[in-house]
Design a protein around this ligand. Structure first.
Ligand code: ASP
Length: 579
């Protein structure tokens, strides 16, 4: 027989007079001299148990021993509460259980924190994650996640996608991070890599004739942890054969909107806007602009070409941001620090004060037409970036977000989804003195730009696209290269010789030579998406057992050293003693 007839959050006025068995955790016990009240809790809510020593002396004796988070089973009769004891804030607030029998099913040690305590340090929450998960916030987040994932699966199945599992023990899959390696006992000195994504497997599946693939895939990337980054994370991984770009975007938009609807929320309007990367960078100084913030970067390069202000006259690009606030000198000094942090050499500005005054160390060098070109309403400040175009974008993009937050200019009531498209194919790496794939090396090239591979790779535009929600990158994808010759050419631009390409990606080149259809896809970062849907500031809040910022898993204590014997079997010698 089950320990309970219903959940704690279920009894209602209509149940008065019924006999019920309830089970759950003791959220609170109040001893009122004679009567003992216990709030019994499970994930559905709380119900009040009343133990009356006159009615049930044995139960009362048990109730005295109850402490917070003991697991209890109570049997009794549902009774209406006295009118002045009705709690309108509680779904079960009209009733209580008059207890006849009370059993302690499990005890709890004194708790490291009370479950209703706010602002518990995250290290404590992660150390005692099972207690943290018992709380409303995490119950809500994980259940919300499950609802969304179930809806996405249903949607993908309906659209004809086939769920295919791909290996976790595999070969390096370059997504720009370090690999996690797994030693192989049967082949000492050899290592599997955990996949940074199923990228090459999903491309292979297209060649294998599965023209619509999806998977909720776990990916592993060894990089520093942040609010939106964990070593392992989930992706809704998708690939289609014979798609147009719009086909891919349409599938993903559908998955996003389905998720909103599964939570009873109004779905964002479709199609989501599309914006080429060049425009996103120029207008918002970002490849993931937060469009809830109406500030835009403008260009003043032409108008300042012959400026008396030497910095402007000589700069390859002069851009500016108009902020609706007349900043003080001290505030501007702080903004200058922000600008410097992002590579700016300083921060030129013009303040248009409320009283009509123009305050600026550079105004005296600016001609009337120059000043007119940037003139703003009284009570505004114009912040300039004068440098290489990419530097002005980076600095003004950072200032845009900074002042947006500081001045509360982000409209939190809006949801802004955006496709950023047409990224460059390559980025120049000063450190390595060579080209890097801006996405990954399998990203398709804008038709017509293939010829640039040999002469000017930096100008080649890709067929990559990112999905951005309120300034968070939700994921990326592309139409892929399906021509093995072109793939090899891209490897060469990346400084990967034909021999190295054969060694690292020989199987892919072989696959592409065996009848590869045009294909493309996308990967939606599920944890980020779920965190945003849950209104959480970081992805740890939607992951049951996340790593702490240090990279450890505080509940189990992983990672741990392993016995010498195990290492010997694997043929591994540790040269840095574990700290
Ligand atoms: N594999 C890519 C990633 O994980 C996504 C894609 O191109 O489909 O970011």
């Amino acid at each position: 027989m089950s320990d309970r007839d219903c959940y704690c959050g279920e009894p209602r006025g209509g149940d008065v007079g019924k006999r019920l068995r309830l089970a759950g955790w003791a959220a609170r016990r109040r001893d009122h001299g004679g009567l003992i009240f216990i709030d019994l809790r499970d994930h559905t809510g709380v119900v009040q148990l009343v133990v009356n020593p006159d009615r049930a002396p044995e139960a009362a004796a048990v109730a005295h021993a109850v402490r917070n988070e003991f697991v209890l089973q109570a049997e009794g009769e549902v009774a209406a509460r006295a009118p002045d004891a009705v709690n309108p804030n509680l779904a079960t607030g009209a009733v209580e259980l008059q207890v006849d029998q009370l059993r302690i099913l499990a005890r709890s040690d004194p708790l490291p924190f009370q479950l209703d305590e706010e602002n518990v340090d995250e290290s404590v929450r992660l150390r005692y994650r099972y207690l943290d998960l018992r709380r409303d916030r995490m119950q809500h987040n994980l259940r919300l996640s499950a609802t969304v994932i179930a809806a996405i699966r249903r949607y993908m199945e309906c659209r004809g996608f086939v769920d295919v599992w791909t290996p976790n023990l595999t070969k390096a899959t370059p997504e720009g991070a370090r690999d996690f390696l797994v030693p192989v006992r049967l082949q000492p000195g050899r290592f599997f890599a955990l996949p940074q994504s199923p990228q090459l497997f999903k491309q292979t599946l297209m060649v294998a004739g599965f023209d619509r693939y999806y998977q909720i895939a776990t990916c592993f990337r060894d990089e520093d942890l942040r609010a939106d980054r964990q070593f392992e994370f989930r992706q809704l991984d998708v690939e289609l054969a014979f798609p147009s770009r719009e086909d891919v975007l349409d599938v993903i938009e559908g998955a996003v909107c389905t998720s909103f609807e599964a939570l009873g929320r109004e779905a964002p309007r479709r199609p989501f806007p599309r914006m080429p990367w060049v425009e996103a960078a120029a207008r918002f100084g970002s490849d993931k602009p937060d469009l809830r913030l109406d500030l835009e970067i403008r260009d003043a390069t032409e108008v300042t070409r012959g400026s008396q202000f030497g910095v402007f006259a000589g700069a390859p690009a002069v851009r500016y941001l108009t902020v609706p606030q007349a900043f003080s000198r001290a505030e501007l000094a702080r903004l200058e620090e922000v600008a410097r942090g992002f590579g700016g050499k300083g921060l030129a500005y013009v303040v248009f004060a409320e009283d009509g005054d123009v305050r600026s160390p550079i105004a005296k060098f600016l001609s009337e037409p120059e000043l007119d070109a940037v003139r703003a309403d009284p009570g505004s400040t114009v912040l300039f970036g004068a440098d290489q175009p990419a530097v002005t974008e980076r600095v003004l993009g950072a200032l845009r977000l900074h002042v947006g937050r500081e001045l509360d200019l982000v409209d939190e009531t809006r949801d802004e989804l955006l496709w950023v498209t047409d990224f460059p194919l390559f980025e120049w790496s000063e450190e390595e003195d060579g080209w890097h794939a801006a996405h990954h090396p399998f990203t398709g090239i804008r038709p017509g730009d293939e010829r640039l591979l040999e002469v000017d790779p930096g100008r080649a535009v890709s067929q990559a696209y990112d999905l951005v929600w309120n300034g968070w990158e939700l994921g990326s994808g592309s139409i892929r290269i399906h021509d093995p010759g072109l793939q090899q050419q891209v490897f060469r631009v990346l400084g990967i010789s034909d021999e190295e390409a054969e060694r690292r990606f020989g199987f892919l080149l072989e696959v592409l030579r065996m009848g590869a259809p045009p294909h493309g896809g996308f990967a939606l970062g599920l944890d980020r998406f779920l965190a945003l849907l849950a209104g959480e500031p970081n992805i740890r809040e939607v992951v049951a057992f996340p790593k702490a910022a240090s990279g450890s898993e505080p509940m189990t204590g992983a990672p741990t050293p392993v016995p010498d014997e195990q290492l010997r079997e694997l043929g591994i010698q540790v040269i840095v003693p574990p700290g």
